[in-house]
Design a protein around this ligand. Structure first.
Ligand code: NAD
Length: 484
């Protein structure tokens, strides 16, 4: 078992993080190394699973399934509460490990680790009771939610622990067992959580395995897995859907987005600049629901742009482990190079860059906050999901036209509307093609609030009882007295 103290001393060490299969710590012959994105130094080694390890994990989850499914729901709910306690007891170590492997500063790490605890505690209160849909003295019809079996969880690198918990909590409380694979860029918090979890879960109920992208693909093809709960890019989501067809796996896909924010002319630009800034740049904009296109009415365009530039200048981009750092680096070199390429494209197209514009000259994957002034609507920085701190600010005059522009994307994850007149904002929100539309706020999530993407931003729902139902099949039982 990795001890909290060891985790805190991870920097530059080669401590081996382990997978958890059937309740046991499992190492492999082949290893990969997690890199601190703020320093580009190694943090720790983690196992690279092969097909044999996946088979072991799936068969242990299958063996654990009947007893876990047949346990009282209160037992499973209590297990989630105990998992929350385990994270809480190791809060400091998780915060440091998360900042070290993901790059986010302390405040963001507290949001994620605190959120993981909160989600486990709240999902522990959820259940889906049977429903008697007909009982007329002759016929009795009951619909019930039945566990699926083994759930395969696949997660990305922007919120590694929280997005794992969003899957683990409902999967387990619904009576399923699980094999979960974190991103190869950020496997450490999840591997450690998997080890800790064995203190409260029967062996085989939660297996955490690590490896490359091919491991994810093998999971989607594996006949022993009944459902894939996936968060990641739209491109990968399409591959998951294709290979999951092999045994008609159930799917929840939480994918990419290109979220618009629409600012109506009746706002005070100075008063909302800070909220709009963080709507875009939280977690260094590595946020599926970050504002990625900011549409501002022409009447307030200039003052709002100038307030945003002023605020951007006050924000400190630095190693997240340092007190006072507000934005960390991008999480990995692949994403850093992708965003650098996007910046180069804007510069070569002659876009006016109001802040940032080029990577910082220091070790680590640091890109400064970049604001681009009214680029053409078909520019790459407007059309593509940057998943990095590059925000195009776009001018509009006519509300119907801006709604059309906001919806002119293959994505439909989230959006926001900002207005003093909430009635007007609500009318705009109802015309936006997105799974979530916030009004005068962003990034409010809850275990009781349905979250999911429209169009190519995904399928299915996470959170709420709708999300819990996605970890179940439905069964109808119809009965009547024997006719004799
Ligand atoms: P990614 O699609 O590259 O990887 C996500 C996960 O899928 C990783 O664990 C990866 O190893 C695995 N994977 C890669 N190839 C696979 C394959 N062929 N089959 C199965 N699994 C495979 O995404 P990423 O770069 O880690 O994350 C960034 C993307 O995730 C962005 O597009 C972002 O918008 C999206 N995202 C969406 C949400 C949401 O809730 N909608 C949340 C966070 C991130």
């Amino acid at each position: 078992m990795v001890k909290a103290a060891t985790v805190l001393n991870q920097e530059h060490s080669t401590y081996d993080f382990a997978m958890t299969i059937n309740g046991s710590r499992v190492l492999t012959d082949e290893f990969d190394v997690a890199i601190n994105p703020a320093t580009e130094q190694p943090i720790g080694r983690f196992p690279v699973a092969n097909r044999h390890h996946l088979d072991l994990a799936v068969s242990s989850a299958r063996a654990a399934f009947p007893a876990w499914r047949d346990s009282e729901v209160s037992v499973r709910q209590q297990a989630l509460t105990s998992l929350a306690d385990l994270i809480a007891e190791n809060m400091e170590a998780f915060l440091t490990l998360l900042t070290t492997e993901q790059g986010k500063p302390r405040e963001g790490a507290e949001w994620e680790i605190g959120g993981s605890i909160y989600w486990l505690r709240e999902i522990a209160k959820q259940s889906l009771p049977e429903e008697v849909v007909r009982d007329d003295g002759e016929n009795r019809v009951v619909t019930r939610f039945t566990s699926i079996g083994v759930i395969g969880g696949i997660t990305p690198w922007n919120f590694p622990l929280l997005l794992a918990v969003w899957k683990i909590a409902p999967a387990l409380v619904a009576g399923n067992t699980m094999v979960l694979k974190p991103s190869p860029y950020t496997p450490l918090c999840t591997l450690w959580f998997g080890e800790l979890a064995q203190k409260v879960l029967p062996p085989g109920v939660l297996n955490i395995i690590s490896g490359g992208n091919d491991l994810g693909q093998w999971m989607t093809e594996h006949p022993g897995i009944g459902k894939i709960a996936f968060t990641g890019s739209t491109a990968t989501g399409k591959k998951v859907m294709q290979s999951a067809a092999i045994n008609l796996k159930r799917l929840t896909l939480e994918l990419g987005g290109n979220d618009p924010a629409i600012v109506l002319p009746d706002v005070d630009p100075k008063a909302i600049a800070k909220d709009l800034f963080w709507a875009s740049f939280q977690n260094s904009a590595q946020f599926c629901v970050a504002t990625k296109r900011l549409y501002v009415h022409e009447d307030i365009y200039e003052p709002l742009v100038s307030a945003l530039v002023d605020y951007a200048r006050s924000v400190r981009v630095d190693n997240g482990i340092l007190p006072g750092s507000q934005l960390g680096p991008l999480q990995n070199r692949m994403q850093y190079e992708k965003v650098c390429d996007l910046l180069e494209d804007s510069v070569s197209q002659g876009h006016q860059v109001l802040a940032g514009g080029a990577p910082l000259d220091r070790p680590g994957y640091f890109i400064p906050v970049t604001l681009i002034n009214n680029p053409p609507e078909d520019s790459r920085c407007v059309v593509e999901e940057a998943f990095g701190p590059v925000l195009p600010i776009l001018k509009y005059r006519d509300i119907d036209d801006v709604i059309k522009r906001a919806n002119d994307t293959v994505y439909g994850l989230a959006a926001s509307v900002w207005a003093a007149d909430v009635e007007k904002a609500r009318a705009v929100a109802r015309k936006i093609e997105a799974g979530t539309v916030w009004i005068n706020q962003v990034h409010v999530f809850g275990p009781d609030i349905a979250f999911g993407g429209q169009k190519q931003s995904g399928m299915g729902i996470e959170n709420s009882l709708h999300g819990l139902a996605e970890y179940c099949d439905m069964q109808t039982i119809m009965e009547r007295p024997l006719q004799q």
